[in-house]
Design a protein around this ligand. Structure first.
Ligand code: ADP
Ligand code: MG
Length: 388
C-alpha cells in the first residue's frame, strides 16, 4: 500500500480565489498554517519563519537604498500586479537584504491572504534534493506552485549546483507563468555569481535588479537613532554621530556596536560616556588615553558658541567672547594636563592668573547654574567626539 501523500497526491487542500480585501485574521492564519503542513511523513517542504521586526517601518530610507526600498514596497502593496518580477535585490553583507525581502513578506501576510513562502537557497536546496531522493518531486512541485509570493534569500549559494538550479529554474517558470511574484536576494550582482546556468541567470535578471549601497553618514545616524529609540534609550546626538563615523560599511556592525554599548551600560550600571563608547567599539586602551589638544578644545568651544577663534585669542571683553575664552581655558586645564602658563599662551599670550580666574568663574557657574552645567556637558561631548 502506498504511504499517504505518495507522489502524485496533492499534499494539501486547494486554495481559494485570490483575495480582494484583507481576510479575517483567523482565515489568514489557517491558510498560512496549511501551506507549512505536509501530509507526507517523508517529504516535508517548508519555508523559514519571518522575523516580525523586519518591516518597512523599521527600514530606514537613505540614498543608499531608496530605489530598492521603493521597488520592494511597490511589490508589497500590490503583489502580483507590478512589472518587477522577479525583483532581485543585491548588496554586500549586512546591508539589509534579508530585512527588506522579509518586509515584503510581512506586509503581504498582514494585508492579504496570499500565500507567502520565505526560504533560503540552502533550505530550498534541501527541500528539492529530498523530494528527488524520496521520489516525491510531484509533491515538491505542488507545494511550490501553490505559493503566491516566493522569496528566496541569498541565491548566490546556488553557485555551482547544477541539479538544484534545474529545480529552481522549473519552479521559477511555473510561478512566473501564472503571474506569481518572486523575490530574490544575493550578495553580489547576478552575473558575478560563478557557476550559474545561463538560462537561470537570464531569469534572475529578467525583472528588476536593485542594489543596496553602503549607507551614507546621515542614514547611519538615522539607523542608530531609531535602534536606540526602539530600545527606549536616549543617547546624545554627538555619541550617535561618533559611532556612525566609526562604522561605515555594514549596518549589522553598526547595530552590534549599539547593542554592545547598551549591554556595557546596563551590566556595569555605567552612564554612557566616551570611554564606555570606546570600550564598546573595541578600541585599544592607548587610544582611550588619547587627550584632546588645546587647539581641539578651542575649536570645539568656538564652534559651539559661534565665535571666530581669533576673537578668543584677542583682548575683547564682549560677554560671549569672555565666556567662550573662560570655558576654553577651563576645559584645557581639565583635559590636557598642560600648565596654567602654557594654557595662557595658547589663548593669545594671557598669563597664568587669567587662566586661574577663568577656571574659578566657570566653577562658580557650575555650582549655581544648572543650565550652564548642561551646556558644559554638551561642549565636553563635542570636544571628545570632535578630535578623534
Ligand atoms: P543582509 O541580509 O544584507 O546581510 P540584514 O538584512 O540581515 O543584512 O541586515 C543586518 C541588520 O541591519 C539587520 O538587523 C537589519 O535590521 C539592519 N538594517 C540593515 N539595513 C537597515 C536599514 N536601512 N534600516 C534599519 N535597519 C537596517
Ligand atoms: Mg541576509
Amino acid at each position: 500500500m502506498p504511504p499517504p501523500g505518495h507522489a502524485g497526491t496533492p499534499p494539501r487542500a486547494a486554495k481559494g480565489a485570490p483575495p480582494s480585501g484583507p481576510p479575517a485574521p483567523d482565515a489568514a492564519r489557517h491558510a498560512r498554517a496549511n501551506i507549512f503542513e505536509s501530509e507526507s511523513p517523508v517529504f516535508i517542504a517548508s519555508g523559514l519563519p519571518l522575523n516580525a521586526s523586519y518591516t518597512f517601518d523599521r527600514f530606514i530610507e537613505g540614498d543608499c537604498n531608496q530605489f530598492a526600498r521603493s521597488a520592494a514596497l511597490a511589490i508589497a502593496q500590490q503583489p502580483r500586479h507590478t512589472a518587477f518580477n522577479p525583483l532581485l535585490i543585491y548588496g554586500g553583507v549586512g546591508l539589509g537584504k534579508t530585512h527588506l525581502v522579509q518586509a515584503i513578506g510581512n506586509h503581504v501576510r498582514q494585508h492579504s491572504d496570499y500565500k507567502v513562502l520565505y526560504t533560503s537557497s540552502d533550505h530550498f536546496t534541501s527541500d528539492y534534493m529530498q523530494s528527488l531522493r524520496t521520489n516525491r518531486n510531484n509533491e515538491f512541485v505542488a507545494f511550490y506552485s501553490d505559493i503566491d509570493l516566493l522569496i528566496i534569500d541569498d541565491v548566490q549559494f546556488f553557485s555551482n549546483q547544477p541539479k538544484t538550479q534545474e529545480g529552481l529554474f522549473h519552479t521559477f517558470n511555473l510561478l512566473h507563468q501564472s503571474g506569481k511574484q518572486i523575490v530574490f536576494s544575493t550578495d553580489r550582482a547576478p552575473q558575478e555569481i560563478p557557476g550559474v546556468a545561463e538560462r537561470l541567470l537570464s531569469r534572475f535578471q529578467g525583472g528588476l535588479v536593485a542594489d543596496l549601497q553602503q549607507p551614507e553618514l546621515e542614514t547611519r545616524i538615522a539607523i542608530l537613532n531609531r535602534k536606540a529609540n526602539d530600545q527606549g534609550i536616549d543617547i546624545p546626538y554627538e555619541f550617535i554621530e561618533f559611532i556612525a563615523r566609526r562604522i561605515k560599511k555594514n549596518v549589522r556592525e553598526l547595530e552590534s556596536a549599539l547593542i554592545r554599548l547598551l549591554a556595557h551600560a546596563t551590566l556595569h550600571r555605567r552612564e554612557i560616556d566616551m570611554p564606555l563608547i570606546r570600550e564598546a567599539l573595541g578600541e585599544r586602551p592607548d587610544e582611550e588615553q588619547a587627550k584632546p589638544t588645546v587647539e581641539n578644545i578651542r575649536r570645539a568651544v568656538c564652534a559651539y558658541f559661534g565665535i571666530a577663534e581669533d576673537l578668543v585669542l584677542g583682548r575683547g571683553r564682549n560677554r560671549e567672547i569672555v565666556q567662550a575664552r573662560h570655558v576654553g581655558m577651563y576645559f584645557s586645564k581639565k583635559l590636557t594636563g598642560h600648565s596654567l602658563a602654557t594654557i595662557g599662551r595658547y589663548f593669545g599670550g594671557k598669563d597664568h592668573s587669567t587662566v586661574i580666574h577663568a577656571c574659578r568663574c566657570v566653577e562658580n557657574l557650575i555650582e549655581t547654574d544648572p543650565n550652564f552645567r548642561e551646556t558644559l556637558k554638551r561642549i565636553h561631548r563635542e570636544i571628545e567626539t570632535g578630535y578623534r
